[in-house]
Design a protein around this ligand. Sequence first.
Ligand SMILES: Nc1ncnc2c1ncn2[C@@H]1O[C@H](COP(=O)(O)OP(=O)(O)O)[C@@H](O)[C@H]1O
Ligand SMILES: [Mg+2]
Length: 246
Amino acid sequence: MTENIVEAKELSYSYPDGHRALEKVSFSVAAGESVALAGENGAGKSTLLQHLTGCLLPSSGALRVAGLSVEKRNLPAVRRAVGMLFQNPDDQLFMPTVFEDVAFGLLNAGVPESGLEPRVMRALETVGAAHLRSRPPYRLSQGEKRAAAIAGVLALEPEVLVMDEPTSGLDPLSRRRLIGLLGTFPHAKIIATHDLDFASEVCSRAIVIHKGRVTGDGPASDIFRDAALLGRSNLEVPLSVASRRG
Ligand SMILES: Nc1ncnc2c1ncn2[C@@H]1O[C@H](COP(=O)(O)OP(=O)(O)O)[C@@H](O)[C@H]1O
Ligand SMILES: [Mg+2]
């Protein structure tokens, strides 16, 4: 039996100021699953994602990622397993060119300089951004930045791709491209979003989080049709689902 990529058991977290942001969150994600983490602003999505990379450590409860307990001594291995895409690509891109940005992570991971070119270009081609290789990231459009940031994460071949609000700031065409792109990834994906139309196209499962608690977990097709559940969590049935109901 293969172990789940992510396993959270009664995970709770309080910020240093005492604010309780997660309350006994339990869920697991299997290899290759694509899971939406749906919740209104302030629900606790980003707090939960930061636990997956060990940027925050649980106040209580347990979290395992790629078979490792998320604790200080395991953080290098945990971070190799998790590809994290920040909400704002500007927080992720900082090298003079797109190529160097993607290469930076690989160099950090110990890939020798001689092996960089093919891996960087493969990642850029995957996201349709090979033509951007010599461009400075700060001059790119929001959609291009997002693609470059995804390439940087993909190049590292993580076991699970974690994205925080990936559609924020994207125009409809870039959003559509991102949906197509994510559909081709074999990785497990955990995508925090309140864009439920996006989530319903990309994810087969949805976990609803409200005030730091999991209020729903199941097939996306069921969860996104459950107006009562979504309403209780201050979310709405996505338009694409509502119009399909006839
Ligand atoms: N550094 C912090 N200190 C105290 N409270 C915080 C901090 N960061 C976030 N919070 C609070 O924790 C809750 C969850 O925040 P967050 O995880 O960012 O929500 P989401 O990503 O779903 O919008 C919110 O009530 C937010 O105000
Ligand atoms: Mg957030």
